[in-house]
Design a protein around this ligand. Structure first.
Ligand code: SAM
Length: 342
């Protein structure tokens, strides 16, 4: 093969219609979870039939196709990624892209309950930082939010992760009347343990049993309240995700805010998401999607897959338009966060 021919076969990098380079892929490896957080899922969720799921080998091939097309950061999420059987083999195989220098970061978002079991293996597979979702330290509130979770198990998981050398960032969703009085304490607790904290606005994704309006707490209010207690200095630290960070002078730690509603951050979006069935969502907050499972399974060559990815990225929308107010009480999207991957 001559060099010119080889060059035409090189997968093209992913640039969307708004000139944004897509360098970050989030993969929901399962829609199942061992918790049922009230803002995320209904109590009796119907999960996808297991036979619809991509195999771990197929997920590897799909992720690797994105890496070949310029993705530099991969986050495995869910549902609950660490409950998918054999998931460590996926981390192990994807770590070859880190070793080859084709990937900057392989990471995971987890509710923490399995970290006691897997923290050491994650480190062995090149994972350096992880996100752990934790909305409260109060055992009763934790049980109420997750419907049956045990906060001590999560705390033990965080201990294990830190002991294994993982850098842990805590993600907390701000919930009106539930954890709003605790957020300052969460800042102190996280920073006291050397962990960054990111506070997230609740998003109108999927049917849940409660009204979103009852849950929604604008982060502009959270921030104003935290400012009564802490001095927050703007910093330009970025992790490639949507959070905007400040340094809390009193603790020395970093505090991030993810504000999809009060301040739309779509202009700098570098992300797309794949579900465990191989559906590509170009925006967390829109319905348009592309089926990648069919081209993936159609041939051993990646050509059809690359073409399907290119076609989808060419339709990446400018952004989402989430609204939570009295007139918009239905979910903006039917899809739960656990399907698309948080
Ligand atoms: N189960 C894992 C966990 O808890 O980290 C990974 C998936 S979970 C869907 C990822 C993140 O999405 C969690 O931090 C969760 O709190 C957040 N999340 C879920 N539903 C949300 C919603 N409607 N609005 C905002 N954040 C949400």
């Amino acid at each position: 093969m001559n060099f010119e021919a080889a060059a035409t076969l090189r997968p093209r990098p992913l640039i969307d219609p708004f000139a944004r380079a897509i360098t970050y892929l989030r993969v929901s490896v399962t829609d199942r979870c061992d918790f049922r957080c009230v803002y995320c899922m209904a109590e009796n969720m119907v999960f996808l039939p297991k036979q619809d799921l991509l195999s771990l080998e197929e997920l590897d091939r799909l992720c690797s196709a994105f890496v070949a097309k310029g993705v530099r950061k991969l986050r495995l999420t869910g549902g609950k990624p660490l409950v998918r059987r054999g998931i460590m083999t996926l981390f192990a195989s994807l770590s070859r892209h880190l070793a080859a220098g084709d990937l900057d970061e392989l990471t995971v978002t987890t509710n923490g309950s399995q970290l006691g079991k897997y923290a050491g293996e994650l480190v062995a597979h090149g994972v350096k930082r992880i996100n752990v979702s934790l909305d409260t330290l109060d055992p009763d509130k934790f049980r109420a939010i997750t419907r049956w979770g045990d906060v001590d198990k999560v705390l033990a998981g965080i201990d294990a992760a830190q002991a294994a050398g993982l850098k842990v960032k805590i993600n907390a969703v701000a919930l009106k009347g539930v954890n709003e009085d605790e957020l300052a304490a969460l800042v102190e607790w996280s920073h006291g343990r050397g962990m960054d904290l990111t506070i997230i606005e609740v998003m109108p994704l999927g049917d849940i049993e409660e009204s979103r309006l009852d849950q929604y707490l604008p982060l502009s209010m959270v921030r104003a309240r935290l400012a009564e207690r802490f001095t927050m200095e703007e910093i330009d630290y970025r992790t490639g995700g949507p959070a905007r960070y400040v340094r809390v002078k009193e603790t020395g730690g970093r505090l991030g805010f993810i504000t999809p509603l009060t301040h739309n951050f779509c202009e700098s979006c570098n992300r797309v998401r794949i579900t465990c069935t191989g559906t590509l969502y170009m925006c967390l907050g829109q319905n348009d999607a592309a089926d990648l499972r069919t081209p993936l399974r159609a041939s051993e060559s990646n050509d059809a897959l690359y073409a399907a990815i290119d076609e989808a990225i060419a339709r990446k929308p400018k952004g989402h338009d989430f609204v939570i107010d009295r007139r918009h009480q239905r979910p903006a999207l039917k899809r739960h966060m656990s399907v698309t991957g948080g």
